[in-house]
Design a protein around this ligand. Structure first.
Ligand SMILES: [Zn+2]
Length: 226
């Protein structure tokens, strides 16, 4: 009899925690974000303020942005450590000649997601990162470890969706796009780039991945184009 009571209790507990999990899953805010800051040094700050002025035509004394868009990317290889090390330099490497011509500020992103879905935050989510021409002043960048050869994982789809949901609660996010989709914003009011010829064409993070993240965040009604 006692055993039966115990069994019943276990069953009730298991059932109620499952029910709780299912409910909290819909509006999940409790995502785990691991802090792994790059050095947002005085040099990086100055270069970011200069980038806002020269590239976007925005004059301000801090690198703080008002995010209305999230741009998802893949890194085209590397690991959390190698990408963190790469972004840590305030200045861009010489081989990125097209980018270097217009600004010495290094590329970067606010977030970086590993293939197992672990989310790393590299800088405050409202500090400028250089990841999408014309849109950095209003866009949060999320990089994912992966490439065309190593497509992004299901864990990354779930993690990106969770992060988008978290950021959409915090900021008035209107747009969710993949880097490959950003050129659609050229010639719209949102696009701010002083050189009309400065543009690059990208394939990341992949169509299937974007479909996956959008399916999980459908209820947020984020726009995919202007
Ligand atoms: Zn990209």
């Amino acid at each position: 009899m006692q055993k039966l009571t115990q069994l019943l209790l276990i069953f009730i507990l298991a059932f109620s925690s499952n029910a709780l999990f299912a409910t909290s899953n819909v509006n999940d805010t409790a995502i785990n974000i691991i802090q792994l800051p790059i050095n947002y040094s005085k040099e990086r700050t100055d270069l970011s303020i200069e980038y806002l002025k020269n590239r976007h035509g925005i004059t301000q004394s801090t690198p703080v942005i008002k995010p209305v868009m999230i741009v998802l990317h893949f890194t085209d290889g590397g690991t959390i450590k190698s990408i963190h090390d790469y972004f840590n330099s305030p200045t861009i490497e010489d081989s990125r000649a097209i980018n270097k011509r217009v600004s010495a500020l290094n590329v970067g992103s606010q977030f970086l997601i590993d293939r197992d879905g672990k989310i790393y935050q590299l800088m405050p989510d409202n500090y400028l990162a250089r990841h999408a021409i014309g849109l950095n002043y209003c866009a949060i960048g999320v990089e994912n470890i992966g490439s065309d050869k190593n497509p992004l994982t299901e864990e990354q789809v779930i993690a990106n969706a969770g992060l988008v949901r978290h950021l959409a609660k915090k900021y008035k996010i209107e747009y969710l796009i993949g880097h490959s989709e950003y050129t659609a914003f050229k010639n719209t009011a949102l696009w701010k780039e002083t050189d009309p010829k400065y543009i690059t064409y990208k394939s990341d993070p992949g169509k299937k991945f974007m479909e996956g993240v959008r399916a999980l965040t459908k209820d947020l009604n984020l726009k995919s184009n202007p």
